[in-house]
Structures are given as C-alpha cells and as structure tokens.
Design a binder for this molecule. Structure first.
Ligand SMILES: Cc1cc2nc3c(=O)[nH]c(=O)nc-3n(C[C@H](O)[C@H](O)[C@H](O)COP(=O)(O)OP(=O)(O)OC[C@H]3O[C@@H](n4cnc5c(N)ncnc54)[C@H](O)[C@@H]3O)c2cc1C
Length: 423
C-alpha cells in the first residue's frame, strides 16, 4: 500500500483518488476551494455534459491536441465506463443530440454528488480549503544504466517525497497525482499551479492559450445583436483563402463579438491574426433555391417597402442589420428591387461576413490549450518521465478537445489511468 496525495478535486483528481483508493492505497485528496468540483458546477450551462456516448473513433476525432497520447487512457476507461461509474454511484444519465451525455436531473451537482459518494465509499481522505504550494522531491539512485564502459554507473533520478502546503505544513507521500487543471475560469481554482511545478521540476510545458473561446469581431453592427441566438446556421472561418473551419449549429452574438457552441468549436482552429467569419443564415437552401424563395416572398409583398417584407426571413432584431448589409433603401418598394440587388442580398444571407480580430481571455475560455508536455509523461501510466512517483491528469496536461463532453472524458480517463497505475 502506498501513501498517495492527489492535488485538485476536479474531475480528474476525484477520479484518480477513487481509483487509487479502490486499489487499496491510502489516498488524501487536497483541494484549495471550499468544495469539490467547482468547475463541474458550471459545465454544460449547469447541466454538465459529462461525456459523449459516440464510438471510440469519434472520441479520438474530437481531440484536438495529442489524441494518440490518449490511447491507453481512453481504452482503459472509456465513455461507457464513465457512464457506468456515474450511474453506479447514483446519478442516472441521458443521451441527447450529438451523443452528449447529461444527468437525467439536468443538474451538474448530481455528477459531483456521484463522485463524492465514490470517494467516501473508497475511503479517500478529503481536505478542503487546502492549497498546495509545492511538490517535494529528492534525488534517488535507480537501476544501473546500460553502459558497457562503466558498468557500475547508476542513473541519477529524482523521486517524489510529498507536498508542502500554503500554510507551511508538509505531507509525505510515495506518489503524488497533480490534477490542478489549466488556466481557464481561474475563479474555479484553476490557476496553472501544476504547470509551474512541472516546469520547475524539468518538464517541458507547451505554451498555453485560451481555447473554446468567443471571437472578438471588428464590425460595430454585431453589438446591436447582443443576446441574439441563431440556431441551425453554418459558419465558415477563413484565413485569406485558407478554410480553417466549416461547421453547422448554434451561435450567439455578444457585446464584443460572437460565441455559442458553433463559435467555440471554430475557435479551436483559429491560429491568431485577422480572419473572416461568414454566417450562412439559410444553410438548407442553395443560392438558387434561396433566390427563388426570395422572389416568391417579394411577389407576395410587392407593394410593401423592403423593410416590411423581411419578417418571414429573419428574427426581428436581425432585420435592420440585414437591410444595412444589403445596401438597399429600407423604404424602397419591393417591386422596385432590381435582380442585381436581390442577388447581392442572397449572397449576404448565404455568407454574412465579419472580421475576427482575436479571441476572448481565460475568463471566457472553456479550456486551456497547452500544458505539461505529453513528451515528458508516460502515456501508459501518466507518470512523469522525469520524477518517479509523480503523475499528471486532466487539463494540466497538453490535451484538449472540442465541445460535446470530450474534455471531461479526457479528465476522467487520464485521472483513472494515473490512479490505477500507482503500485
Ligand atoms: C464554463 C465551462 C463549461 C464547460 N462545460 C463542459 C462540458 O459541458 N463538458 C465537458 O466535457 N467539458 C466542459 N468544460 C471543460 C471541463 O470542465 C474541464 O476540461 C475539466 O473540468 C477539467 O478537469 P480537471 O480536473 O483537469 O481540472 P479542474 O476542473 O480545473 O480542477 C482542478 C482543481 O484543482 C484545484 N487546484 C488547483 N491548484 C491547486 C493547489 N495549488 N492546491 C490545491 N488544489 C488546487 C482547483 O481548485 C480545482 O478544483 C467546461 C469548462 C468551462 C469553464
């Protein structure tokens, strides 16, 4: 039996602690917040999209950074096992559109309650309001190097010895699992501590940036639409002539730009600089079909002014913007609209353009891209290649995915793998 410390009571840390304790280790979970799973509470708009029920191929396809690293983690503890774990611990689940899995209750708190039941059942000692300042290591000598010329030469390694808390107390341990999360939504406790420790201990840390994050848009008209949600639209993100993203779904206008599930997904493919984002407001219709539809609408409203002939086409708040974009005088009678004006208008409906000038910050980002380099972690165990007995799990590692429950799946799977790998 080893003495194990898990740092961080988020998804990855709670899973790691349960699994290590279930294996018979003496496990202490240290969480700096006053409660466990503070970030889980706000996931999926408070409903927690706990995983995605799609097949394994789809899980890997939705991982943006280092999918191959996740082979052992995903196959060791897959989405079906996550679902079984939650249900066995008292949280029934349901599957919604896009194979997204939620608690039947629609309450993220029920996922945390299920994890808490599992922690209690396995006998994990939980310390809340306990911030870790540093992880402690000492030099150790490991197996002889295979060095023909100097057969006696031993390989010098560091091994974990415990942690030091913010209040100065030290706790000894044989193994430490760092599950301190990334940098996004720092008010939930994710402030990058694990990455700093990793770097100090000689691990590479891949540069971090906010990901799954709203876009900032230059055009002022966007502000007029603040709060407007558009369902079933297609967006295309272009960098010059290069298409970076093309997707279909729901988006939202904000006071500085655009957000919503579709935009968050698009942001995963944004590489910086100025890009063009176009919205296809009528993706089910081709240009020709839309033109015919418009002709029909115009025919039925031929004596109305242009501004009064659009209510079947767009939500009310979008009408003034579309009029402005069309360049057509709002008072112009519909029967006076030329073919060229109408066709330009169709083009705007199929590709309403705006300029992306940047992305939101960590306070707005669902996840963090970057983190402890996967090159310095053993993918079969999540143990550091630099420090014996040091393990990493969850968002603190350079792993990230698209929306749909895939990021939590990464946290559950890597937490499971770290916890179950400790001897
Ligand atoms: C608004 C929002 C919505 C989201 N919705 C979804 C969703 O529906 N589905 C999905 O799959 N993903 C979603 N995500 C992403 C997902 O929540 C994260 O990827 C996941 O929670 C990461 O888990 P983690 O355990 O690695 O890190 P975290 O959840 O960040 O947990 C890290 C924990 O470590 C603690 N900690 C940090 N430093 C210390 C220290 N020094 N000492 C002690 N404790 C420390 C923190 O307080 C925190 O509790 C969402 C994220 C956000 C912000």
């Amino acid at each position: 039996m080893s003495k194990v410390i898990v740092i961080g009571g988020g998804a990855a840390g709670m899973m790691a602690a349960c699994v290590a304790a279930d294996k018979g280790h003496q496990v202490t979970l240290l969480e700096k917040n006053e409660k466990l799973g503070k970030k889980i509470y706000i996931t999926g708009k408070g409903r927690c999209n706990v995983t995605n029920a799609a097949d394994m191929e789809t899980l890997f396809e939705n991982v943006v950074s280092n999918p191959k690293f996740l082979y052992s983690a995903f196959y060791g503890f897959d989405n079906k096992q996550v679902m079984h774990f939650m249900e066995a611990n008292g949280c029934p689940l349901k599957i919604e559109r896009g194979e997204r899995v939620f608690p039947v209750s629609d309450h993220a708190s029920d996922i945390i309650a299920a994890c808490k039941r599992a922690l209690d059942k396995t006998g994990v000692e939980i310390h809340l309001n306990t911030s870790v300042k540093e992880v402690l290591t000492e030099a150790c000598v490991e197996k002889p190097e295979e060095d023909q010329e100097h057969p006696q030469k031993k390989k010098q390694l560091e091994k974990i010895t415990g942690v030091i808390l913010a209040d100065g107390r030290q706790i000894e341990a044989d193994a430490v699992i760092v599950a301190t999360g990334g940098l996004s939504y720092p008010t939930t406790g994710s402030t990058g501590d694990g990455m700093r420790w990793a770097q100090r201990l000689g691990h590479k840390v891949k540069d971090c940036s906010p990901a799954l994050v709203p876009f900032r848009i230059r055009e002022d008209w966007v502000k007029q639409l603040q709060g407007l949600a558009l369902k079933n639209v297609r967006v295309v993100l272009m960098n010059g002539k290069k298409k970076l993203y093309d997707g279909f779904g729901e988006m939202l206008f904000t006071h500085f730009g655009v957000s919503g599930p579709l935009i968050l997904s698009a942001s995963s493919f944004y590489k910086g600089g100025e890009c063009t984002l176009t919205i296809d407001l009528k993706p089910a219709l081709s240009v020709e079909q839309l033109d015919k539809r418009l002709l029909r609408d115009f025919d039925e409203n031929k004596n109305k002014s242009f501004k009064n002939a659009l209510s079947d086409l767009f939500p009310n708040r979008l009408i003034p913007v579309m009029i402005q974009q069309s360049g057509i005088d709002p008072e112009q009678k519909v029967h006076e609209i030329t073919r060229e004006q109408r066709q330009n208008f169709v083009q705007k409906m199929k590709a309403l353009p705006m300029t992306v000038t940047g992305i939101g910050n960590y306070n707005e980002a669902i996840i963090t891209r970057g983190g402890v380099s996967t090159k310095d972690i053993n993918p079969s165990t999540m143990e550091s290649k630099k420090i014996a007995g040091l393990y990493f799990a969850g968002e603190t590692v350079d792993l990230d995915a698209l929306t749909g429950g895939f990021n939590l799946q990464i946290a559950w799977s890597t937490g499971w793998l770290a916890g179950s790998s400790i001897e």
